[in-house]
Ligand binder design. Structure first.
Ligand code: ADP
Length: 470
C-alpha cells in the first residue's frame, strides 16, 4: 500500500481553541475532513492564554493531532494579535518564533511532511525558511509548501529595522524579496517562495490580481498565476446543524421548518424587539472593520429602519464602528438589537432565528456567514464579490435557482435596493418557504473542498519546486 500523504497544517488560530474569524473555522474543520479522506495531517498553532489544554498537544475532534507552540511571554496574553488600542508591538518576534517552532516540532516528531500547508501572514515565513535557512536540510528535502491567502488585507508589515529578527539573509530584504516600500512584508515572501498559492474562492483568486482588491500584491500574484488557484471553503456540518444544535432554543430541519420561527420569537423577546412572526428579521455578524461594510449600514440606517423590519447585529472590532453601532442602538431601540461582543452562542441563535443575513462586504475572500445561514434556512443579502459571488445566486435574476439577494455597487443606495427586494420577496410566504428548503439542501460541507485540496496536494508533490533562494 502506498504511504499516506503527510501534511503539516499551520494556522495561528484553530477553532475551538482560539478564534477571531473565519480562519479558525477553516483550520478547525478542513484538517479533519482531510484526515477522513486518508491524509496523515497534523496541525501546529500557538498556545494562547485562551487555549485550555494541559500539555503541548491535543486531539482535535478526536481525530487530528494539534501541537501547541508554548511560549508564555509571547502567547499568554488576552488577545491574539492586537488589543483595542492596536497591534502588539512584538508581533514579528511572536510569529518568527511560531514559524521556526513549526519546523522544529516537525523534526522533533519525526514528521517529515510532503506538504506544509500555511495560512495567512502569521505563517508566511515558513515557505521562506524552507527555501533559505532549511534549503539544505535533508529532513525537508521532499517537502513542498502551499500558502493559502484567507485575507490579503493583512500582510504582516513591519519596519525595516526589525529585519534581523527574521534571521533571513540580508539580500532577501530587496524588491525581489520581502521588501515592500521600505517595509518588511511577510505575505509577499510567502507569495514569492511557496510552491503553490491558493485563496478561499475562485473569484477572489482573480480579484486579488487586480489593483482594486490586490492591496499592492496584484503584480507579484499575476507573476505567479500559473501556481495560483481558488478553492471555496466549506463549513463543519456537525458544528452548524439546526437539527441537533444544543445552543439554539428550538431545533428544526427541512421537514419541521415551521419551528424555525420559535427561534425568531426568542430573539425578539430576549433582545427587546417587537414580537411578530411576519416582521422580517435581519441578522449581521462579523468583525467591526472597514472590510465588512458597516459604514454602508450606518449610512442608510434611517432608510433601512423605515422598511418595517428588524435588525440584530453582533460584532466587535474598531472603536469607530462601536460608536456608530451605539448611535444606531440609541436611535432605533425597538427595531434593532446591537451586541458589541464576541459571542459564538448568540451567533448561532442569530443564524437560526433570522429570516435574512446581511453581508455588504467591501471585499470577501470567501465568507462563511452565507454558508452557515443556508444551513439554518436563512437567506443572505450580500455584495456580489469574492466568495459571496461564488456561492450566492440572486433570486430576482434567477428565481428558479436563486438562493439570496445580491447587489454589486458598493453604495448605501444599492444596499437599500437589495434589502427592499428581499423584504418584498419575503411577503410571498409560500415562495419564501420553498427557497428556505432549497438553501437548507445545499451542500457546503468540507467533502467537496477537501477533495480539491487532496487533488492539489498530489499535483504539488510532483511539481518541480519553486526556486530556492540559495
Ligand atoms: P472573517 O474571517 O473575515 O472574519 P468569515 O465570514 O469568513 O469572516 O468568518 C467569520 C466567522 O466568525 C463566522 O463563523 C462568524 O459567525 C464568526 N464571528 C464573527 N464575529 C463574531 C462575533 N462577534 N461573535 C461570534 N462569532 C463571530
Amino acid at each position: 500500500m502506498a504511504e499516506k500523504m503527510k501534511v503539516l497544517f499551520c494556522s495561528s488560530e484553530v477553532a475551538p481553541y482560539a478564534k477571531t474569524g473565519g480562519l479558525a473555522d477553516v483550520a478547525g474543520s478542513l484538517p479533519v475532513a482531510l484526515k477522513e479522506i486518508g491524509i496523515d495531517i497534523r496541525i501546529v498553532m500557538p498556545k494562547y492564554k485562551c487555549v485550555n489544554i494541559e500539555g503541548d498537544r491535543d486531539l482535535l475532534q478526536g481525530k487530528v493531532w494539534v501541537y501547541f507552540v508554548d511560549n508564555k511571554e509571547y502567547f499568554h496574553r488576552d488577545y491574539l494579535y492586537s488589543t483595542p488600542e492596536g497591534d502588539y508591538s512584538d508581533n514579528l518576534d511572536r510569529f518568527v518564533y511560531y514559524c521556526k517552532s513549526v519546523l522544529e516540532i516537525s523534526k522533533r516528531e519525526g514528521f517529515s511532511p510532503d506538504i506544509i500547508h500555511c495560512n495567512d501572514w502569521q505563517t508566511a515565513l515558513i515557505p521562506v525558511y524552507i527555501k533559505s535557512i532549511y534549503s539544505q536540510d535533508e529532513f525537508f528535502k521532499n517537502t513542498r509548501t502551499i500558502f493559502t491567502i484567507h485575507n490579503i488585507a493583512y500582510q504582516g508589515l513591519f519596519p525595516s529595522e526589525e529585519w534581523e529578527k527574521t534571521s533571513l539573509p540580508g539580500e532577501l530584504f530587496s524588491i525581489q524579496g520581502l521588501e515592500y516600500y521600505g517595509k518588511i512584508n511577510l505575505m509577499k515572501g510567502a507569495i514569492l517562495f511557496s510552491d503553490y498559492i491558493t485563496t478561499v474562492s475562485p473569484t477572489y483568486s482573480k480579484e486579488i490580481q487586480t489593483p482594486e482588491y490586490g492591496f499592492g500584491m496584484e503584480g507579484i500574484l499575476k507573476g505567479r498565476s500559473d501556481r495560483l488557484a481558488g478553492i471555496i471553503n466549506g463549513i463543519d456540518y456537525s458544528v452548524w446543524n439546526p437539527a441537533e444544535d444544543k445552543e439554539i432554543p428550538q431545533n428544526y430541519d427541512i421537514k419541521t421548518i415551521d419551528k424555525k420561527v420559535i427561534n425568531k420569537q426568542y430573539l425578539q423577546t430576549e433582545y427587546e424587539m417587537e414580537i411578530g412572526r411576519d416582521i422580517p428579521l435581519i441578522g449581521a455578524i462579523g468583525r467591526l472593520t472597514d472590510q465588512k461594510g458597516w459604514d454602508l449600514i450606518a449610512e442608510v440606517i434611517d432608510e433601512i429602519c423605515q422598511l418595517d423590519l428588524q435588525l440584530i447585529i453582533l460584532g466587535t472590532g474598531e472603536k469607530k464602528y462601536h460608536q456608530l453601532m451605539e448611535e444606531i442602538a440609541t436611535k432605533y431601540p425597538r427595531n434593532t438589537s446591537i451586541n458589541l461582543k464576541f459571542d459564538p452562542i448568540l451567533a448561532k441563535k442569530i443564524y437560526a432565528g433570522c429570516d435574512l443575513f446581511l453581508m455588504p462586504s467591501k471585499f470577501e475572500p470567501c465568507g462563511l456567514g452565507q454558508l452557515i445561514s443556508y444551513r439554518y434556512g436563512t437567506l443572505p443579502i450580500a455584495r456580489q464579490i469574492g466568495g459571496l459571488a461564488d456561492t450566492i445566486i440572486d433570486l430576482t435574476q434567477n428565481p428558479k435557482n436563486g438562493t439570496g439577494f445580491l447587489f454589486r455597487e458598493y453604495s448605501g443606495r444599492a444596499l437599500v435596493e437589495a434589502i427592499t427586494r428581499a423584504i418584498n420577496f419575503y411577503r410571498n410566504r409560500k415562495g419564501w418557504r420553498n427557497v428556505m428548503k432549497k438553501v437548507m439542501k445545499l451542500d457546503y460541507s468540507w467533502k467537496n473542498s477537501a477533495r480539491q485540496y487532496l487533488h492539489l496536494y498530489k499535483e504539488i508533490k510532483n511539481l518541480p519546486t519553486a526556486l530556492n533562494v540559495r
